[in-house]
Design a protein around this ligand. Structure first.
Ligand code: NAP
Length: 311
């Protein structure tokens, strides 16, 4: 099978095309023939070697946690999927490839008319947004929520899921994203550079900025006894300075299950209540992966970077 990975840490140019033997399928996994995969900031952190302390991986490392494809074959204990099924998948790793094995608990079936490019960008950001709202935070309809980085992969999904759950959502992002965020249903838009001086407080503030910088700015806009959640680590000193605010540095947990999240997200997409903004779509080749990985390091256009095979 063909895959895109690296044998050393470094810049995007460390990516190489790697030909590997087809994986041996464990009983609870399915082998997916990949139609397309999505890229995430986490993949770039893997490439830079920043995840080795948390998650040491042997070379070659093939990133990729967002995939759409058809099932090629199923493990001996899999009874809920069949070869030929079109699926959306959230593998632990290895999605930048022509085939990837995935647990049957981390996939969802897609109807044949489903917009593939939208589905390719959905798994990681959608599951993260779902778990933040429905597992990590405590939310009630009509609460006020501000999202910093609202035009990003996670932020744009958070905005739409929070609106569907009845919250009043203020989007904070670069001015160029104002129209997109209006279309996605934001109740209010505040340009990033004006957020520090905006005289307004929220029940909940989420920092979904790539890298999670400027955390004091967001915390200053949380009501007394409100909640602050960041997708990146929160400094201990910031927590100690605001003991009345519930602060969460979001991390996925074992008890957060992918199957209900994928079911909820794909149903909302079928009902046209959820879209995945696409920043750029690339062809399935090594050059695309290198260019897309370079864009991950920059402030790219709003939405997801995806790679799709030509039909
Ligand atoms: N803990 C977890 O489980 C988990 C899961 C998924 C993601 N994450 C983390 O969540 C963050 C957001 O992920 P994402 O996929 O949504 O990211 P993204 O779409 O690449 O970026 C989100 C927003 O961050 C701003 N931004 C982008 N690059 C920046 C830079 N170099 N400096 C400052 N701001 C920048 C942009 O906002 P403007 O254009 O409006 O400035 C962008 O819309 C990342 O740090 C990611 O690693 C964590």
């Amino acid at each position: 099978m063909q895959s895109f990975g690296f044998n050393q840490f470094g810049p995007p140019s460390v990516f190489k095309e790697i030909v590997q033997a087809p994986p041996v399928l464990s009983p609870i996994r399915v082998l997916v023939d990949v139609i397309g995969f999505g890229l995430n900031p986490y993949d770039a952190a893997l490439r830079r070697g920043e995840q080795q302390a948390n998650r040491p991986l042997p070379f070659p490392i093939v990133p990729g946690t967002d995939v759409v494809g058809t099932i090629n074959s199923i493990g001996s204990d899999v009874t809920d999927y069949l070869p030929g099924d079109l699926v959306i998948a959230h593998p632990n790793i290895g999605g930048y490839a022509s085939q990837v094995p995935v647990s049957h608990n981390k996939i969802g079936r897609l109807p044949s008319a489903f917009p593939i490019e939208q589905a390719v960008g959905l798994p990681s950001v959608g599951i993260t947004a779902y778990n933040i709202l429905f597992n990590a935070l405590s939310i009630r309809p009509a609460q006020s929520l501000a999202i910093e980085g609202a035009a990003g992969g996670v932020g744009s999904l958070l905005l739409q899921l929070a609106k569907a759950a009845g919250l009043s959502v203020t989007a904070v992002a670069a001015s160029k994203h104002a129209n997109l965020l209006d279309q996605l249903g934001a109740n209010q838009f505040i340009p990033s550079e004006k957020f520090s001086t905006a005289n307004v407080k929220f029940d909940i503030v989420i920092n979904a900025i790539n890298g999670g910088n400027d955390q004091e700015r967001g915390v200053a806009h949380v009501k007394a006894s409100g909640q602050y959640l960041s997708l990146n680590p929160i400094a201990e000193a910031l927590k100690q300075a605001h003991p009345q605010i519930t602060m969460t540095a979001f991390q996925p947990k074992r008890e957060y299950r992918d199957r209900p999240a994928l079911g909820y997200l794909t149903k909302l997409m079928q009902q046209k209540e959820l879209v995945v903004p696409i920043a750029q779509q690339f062809d399935f080749n090594l050059t695309s992966v290198i260019v897309a990985q370079s864009l991950l390091e920059q402030r790219h256009s709003a939405g997801k970077l995806i790679v799709l095979k030509n039909k």
